[in-house]
Design a protein around this ligand. Structure first.
Ligand code: MOS
Length: 708
């Protein structure tokens, strides 16, 4: 029997939660049995897909005049070429990024203007090279400048107020004993998960189950893909069946479907019932699957001589795309971090004829808190106050933005414990004071913060199996974070059974609805639904149910205590060595101390936090996408030119957390851990580089030339 109830969960009685349960999908992964999107080739209905290859615009703005596919079609194995004149029509073209092959307009260089269908990947690729596209080019704008960032969006990602203004910032700054006034820059960065975006699509009307479009997609959310693509291709959501059994990371770029998924669906409609396979290349990802906008943050901090903030102003400038708006919430993190009576934030965008920016791990917080935390370091220097002590003096009693209490605000403990563990006390107050052979040595720190997010609309289904086992089903995706493992632990505790008695099913849009693996919200959102469903099931069927008994329940949509605000915090400490002759910069030690509510599994949690620290280190030292404004595209479009941290960069990197539990937020006491590790990390490195050298860098990445 199945029935649906809404349940307000109570705190979980933890037994498996908090233990180091080994990844439940570990054996599948290490033995190579785990299959990723385009590896699904020998299954019923998905076997023997045709291959697709994308043809991308070589102009940044204008119109496609003509597509000459004759040479491509003459090539062995090429079956057809779809362009804006021949591709199936979409029913909904509202989303400018997704409405591809519908008209002749070109909005950015790299936009999909045709797709080649062939028997093999090699033939499709060769065919794409043979397609001749002529354009009527128009003047374009592709250079991001602060002066050009004049557009004021209605709200910023996802729905924050664009601007905020409390008190009188200008008057407070005029009356402040100490003022820091500087601009901080972060570059374009591109999400580079191990597995590029990839899709297998099959269109077949008349399947028994009513499914018309079947997709295996490398995505952070199968339900999101189904509900986005279905109306575009004129189907109901239930007619689109999406699975994503294994996903090789995403970092936000797979949080929403991009145009490649639409192309796969359109092509599959043409080749029906034969499926198609579209694997986006690493190079194509730099134009098609989202990126972090460059930002400039103008920070003005006013303080008394003891470093107590009187005014905080954060004016953020970033970039959006003409074809589709994305407004990063760069200054939003600043609103809740420190106490000051006078506070002002704003967001302005340069709207350019370029590829569409999107989410990349801690969008907003990563660049915004970088700026704020380097400015805080400058304030500490200006006031002659220890940087840790400066933060402690400015921690708010309540959320400065809403006036509400925090559920679990333990930043002071993170700072004190982190400083103790790192050995902060031995640090000379003066910058440039330590030389070790040819190396200047310094230490620096920064605060990290990330909101606790819980997404609405999550449901889970519990079904009794034989032998005292339970199937627990929820349509979320594990992109490699360990979500399968942690949800197994939550389900086991909620049902009062051993984890081995839980058969977890995820990553399938025919399972109950689940929100995107994004915003560090997965454990909180899905775990709350699993917990609620288990609790409702036990209430309905008891502890010894008949096999087949089943129940679906949704979590309460909001945190348990709506009177609070929910933020995680951390303190990141770095040791930096800068070579006095070459400027080479090394980071021998990096340590983050976090408060994230209850940790569900120390093994997978440490992996997320250390992974975030490494990505922060990578942003500090290497990551930078370079756009050529003359042509409008990113020229660093591979991993040879877009540098990321390698093993040689990652020395002693570690993370730990305060034992705790945020049961105001979720029944498990968990907040989120996916993104906080990247926040603040680059600032800690930059601040340590200042301490080593006395050279203040205000733009990422910090490269050797800055010290010469
Ligand atoms: Mo994350 S950028 O919210 O997937």
């Amino acid at each position: 029997m199945t029935d649906t109830v809404e349940q307000v969960p109570v705190p979980l009685d933890v037994r498996s939660v908090g233990t180091r349960l080994a990844r439940v999908d570990g054996p599948e992964k290490v033995t190579g049995r785990a299959r990723y999107a385009v590896e699904h080739r020998d299954e019923e209905g998905l076997g023997d897909p045709l291959s697709l290859w994308l043809v991308q615009s070589t102009v940044a703005k204008g119109e496609v005049e003509a597509v000459d596919a004759s040479a491509a079609l003459a090539h062995d194995g090429v079956l057809r070429v779809l362009d804006h004149t021949s591709a199936p029509r979409l029913e909904d073209t509202e989303d400018g990024e997704l409405a591809v092959l519908q008209d002749a307009r070109v909005h950015f260089r790299g936009q999909i203007v045709a797709v080649v269908v062939a028997e093999t990947s090699e033939a499709a690729r060769e065919g794409a090279a043979l397609v001749e596209v002529s354009y009527r080019a128009e003047p374009h704008a592709a250079a991001f400048t602060v002066e050009g960032a004049t557009y004021r969006p209605d709200s910023v990602n996802p729905a924050f107020e664009t601007d905020s203004d409390d008190g009188d910032v200008d008057a407070a700054l005029a009356g402040s004993a100490v003022v820091v006034d500087a601009s901080y820059g972060t570059p374009y960065e591109h999400n580079n998960p191990m597995e590029p975006h990839a899709t297998i699509a099959r269109w077949h009307e008349g399947d028994d189950d009513g499914v018309v479009l079947r997709l295996v997609d490398s995505t952070q959310g199968v339900h999101g893909v189904a509900s986005t693509i279905a109306p575009m291709v004129g189907l109901g959501k239930d007619q689109v069946h999406v699975t994503a059994p294994y996903v090789g990371g995403g970092f936000g770029s797979k949080g929403l479907p991009h145009a490649n998924v639409v192309v796969a669906a359109l092509a599959a409609r043409e080749t029906s019932p034969r499926p198609v396979s579209l694997a986006v290349t690493r190079q194509q990802m730099f134009a098609l699957t989202g990126y972090r906008t460059a930002t400039v943050s103008r920070m003005r901090l006013g303080a008394d001589r003891d470093g107590r903030l009187t005014a905080i102003e954060h004016r953020a400038y970033a970039q959006s795309a003409a074809v589709k708006e994305f407004a990063e919430q760069t200054a939003v993190g600043t609103r809740s971090l420190y106490a000051a009576a006078n506070r002002r934030t704003s967001h302005r965008l340069a709207v350019l004829d370029v590829a569409v920016p999107s989410w990349m791990r801690a969008p907003g917080e990563m660049p915004g808190i970088f700026a704020h935390e380097v400015a805080m370091d400058e304030l500490a220097v200006a006031c002659g106050v220890d940087p840790v002590e400066l933060r402690v003096r400015n921690i708010p009693e309540r959320d400065p933005e809403t006036g509400k209490p925090f559920s679990d605000h333990r930043l002071v403990e993170c700072l004190r414990e982190g400083a103790e563990r790192f050995g902060w006390a031995d640090r000379p107050a003066q910058a440039g004071a330590t030389l070790d052979g040819e190396w200047r040595v310094g230490t620096g720190m920064a605060v990290s913060t990330y909101p606790g997010y819980r997404m609405p609309g999550n449901e889970a289904r519990v079904t009794a199996l034989d032998g005292g086992r339970f199937e627990v089903a929820i349509g979320c995706v594990d992109i490699g974070t360990g979500a399968r493992t942690v949800l197994t632990q939550i389900a086991a505790d909620a049902l009062g059974v051993d984890p081995a008695a839980v058969v977890l099913r995820v990553a399938d849009s025919s399972l109950p609805p689940a929100s995107v693996a994004g915003g560090s919200s997965g454990t909180a959102s899905w775990g709350s639904a699993v917990s609620a469903a288990a609790q409702a099931f036990l209430h309905e069927h008891g502890r010894t149910p008949d096999p087949g008994a089943s129940l679906t329940a949704s979590a309460a949509d909001d945190p348990l205590n709506g009177d609070h605000v929910f933020h995680s915090h951390g303190a990141v400490f770095a040791e930096v060595r800068v070579h006095r002759r070459t400027g080479e910069i090394r980071v021998p030690r990096l340590f983050g101390m976090y408060s994230v509510g209850r940790v569900m599994n120390p093994t997978t949690a440490r992996s997320q936090l250390v992974g975030g620290l490494v990505m922060g280190l990578s942003s500090a030292l290497h990551e930078e996408s370079v756009r050529d404004p003359r042509f409008g595209h990113v020229v660093t479009q591979d991993l040879a030119t877009y540098h990321v941290a390698s093993h040689a960069d990652v020395l002693d990197v570690d993370a730990d957390w305060l034992e705790g539990s945020d049961e105001e937020f979720t029944p498990m006491g968990a907040r989120g851990i996916g993104e906080i590790g990247i926040v603040g990390t680059a600032a800690a490195v930059i601040n340590a580089a200042y301490h080593a050298t006395g050279v203040r860098v205000r733009d990422l990445p910090v490269t050797a030339d800055r010290f010469l």
